[in-house]
Design a protein around this ligand. Structure first.
Ligand SMILES: *Cc1c(COP(=O)(O)O)cnc(C)c1O
Length: 393
């Protein structure tokens, strides 16, 4: 088969397996209600948990920064694309989460590549939770280290893996702190202990915890009484609850300086545009000055879980803004998502390889600015659909 035939066959195979993905083209900003063409939909699938992506103060700060600093950064950080604006964001963010230092990178995906390839290499072991985000898994491959995965949430299994006799000195543990497709929490205290005991760099990916968990949104580590110190390196992304774009790795000076010197996904790329940096600075301020957003989100989560429980909807063990309903086959998840859309509700179906086979699901995400009535509408429609996981075949 020639190249083009092979590609065509692959795409057709994806369609047959209900794995074909289609992009939605929004015609409005992120908000509780969004518009797609002529459709007005309630948005239950963005990661803009606090409603900061379209916050007037964030937009104003971005516009002012573009006027002052220009549109593009013009170079990479180690050449001449780094600005005092970035210094300010790094300093304020490090202070906020109780770290010695923070480093701004283009995306969370690249930050995970940067962290793992800088602290692990040929001969190292990278140990990860089975349900970690794709960027952590890809980073391990890129690092050329040996990847070992522990059963989801099972730190006893992690300890078993670490007791194998051929364990090298160079170890890196990595875990989502809030799991992106299940919404449950890692046992951060135990991971920190293990990282300390085995002298392993411990990377905690708080993409879905920052802004949402902990005091004023300081994140999952803060909620667990931890700080990014010693062997702990924390990833916070700016594109989810903070409503902007980019990511910060935070930890001790020694770790961050190592990244500046060695991390190829940091060094060989253009620095972020100033408007995005200024938007993030404003969002960071808003976490504290508008802390009611976190409280409203927590209240919405509590309300949703309580009502869904009363209706016997099959929720998972999540108390975060991510509330998945596992339906099983790709077809069932797609059908449910389509049916909801016909009722004016946008809830995307998540399918493999993003989630394990036969666990396709509706991934509901809640926002601070969802009203009770909007959540009620979602619940009513879920009940009408009588979403239940299919029996194992
Ligand atoms: C979204 C996400 C990332 C990637 O962050 P981006 O800034 O979107 O590249 C990394 N880790 C987890 C757990 C995520 O959910």
């Amino acid at each position: 088969m020639g190249l083009q035939e092979r590609l065509r066959a692959q795409l057709q195979q994806r369609e047959r397996e209900q794995l074909h993905r289609q992009r939605l083209s929004l015609d409005s900003p992120q908000a509780a209600e969004i518009r797609l063409g002529n459709e007005q939909l309630l948005n239950f699938c963005s990661n803009d948990y606090l409603g900061l992506a379209n916050h007037p103060a964030v937009i104003e700060a971005s516009q002012a920064a573009a006027a002052q600093w220009g549109a593009g950064s013009g170079a990479s950080h180690l050449v001449c694309g780094h600005t005092s604006l970035v210094d300010e964001l790094e300093r304020k963010f490090a202070n906020f989460v109780g770290a010695q230092r923070a480093l701004l990178l283009s995306t969370g995906y690249m930050a995970n590549l940067a962290a793992i390839t800088s602290f692990a290499g040929r001969g190292s072991w990278v140990l990860q939770d089975k349900l970690n985000h794709a960027s952590l898994i890809d980073a391990a491959t890129l690092s050329r280290a040996r990847l070992k995965r522990w059963r989801h949430g099972d730190t006893a299994h992690l300890r078993q893996l670490l007791q194998q006799p051929d364990r090298p000195e160079s170890l890196l543990l990595a875990s989502d702190s809030v799991f992106s497709m299940d919404g449950d929490l890692a046992n951060l205290g135990e991971l920190a202990n293990i990282g300390h005991e085995y002298d392993a760099l411990t990377l905690l990916d708080d993409a879905h915890g920052i802004g949402v968990m902990g005091r004023d949104g300081r994140g999952s580590l803060d909620a667990a009484g931890l700080q990014p110190k010693g062997n702990l390196l924390m990833l916070a992304t700016l594109g989810k609850a903070l409503g902007n774009f980019g990511a910060l790795l935070t930890g001790d000076i020694l770790l961050i300086e190592t990244l500046v010197q060695q991390a190829r996904p940091y060094i060989y790329t253009t620095a972020l545009p100033p408007s995005v940096v200024a938007g993030s600075l404003k969002a960071l301020e808003l976490l504290q000055s508008e802390a009611w957003r976190q409280q409203q989100l927590q209240e919405n989560i509590r309300y949703f879980c309580q009502c869904a429980g009363q209706e016997n909807l099959p929720l998972m063990a999540s108390r975060t803004a991510i509330q998945p309903i596992v339906l099983g086959s790709n077809q069932r998840a797609l059908d449910a998502s389509r049916a909801l859309r016909e009722k004016g509700l946008l809830v995307t179906a998540i399918r493999p390889p993003t989630v394990p086979k036969s666990t396709a699901r509706l991934r509901i995400t809640l926002r601070a600015d969802h009203s009770r009535q909007q959540i009620d509408r979602l619940l009513e429609n879920l009940v009408q659909l009588s979403v239940q996981p299919e029996l194992a075949q």
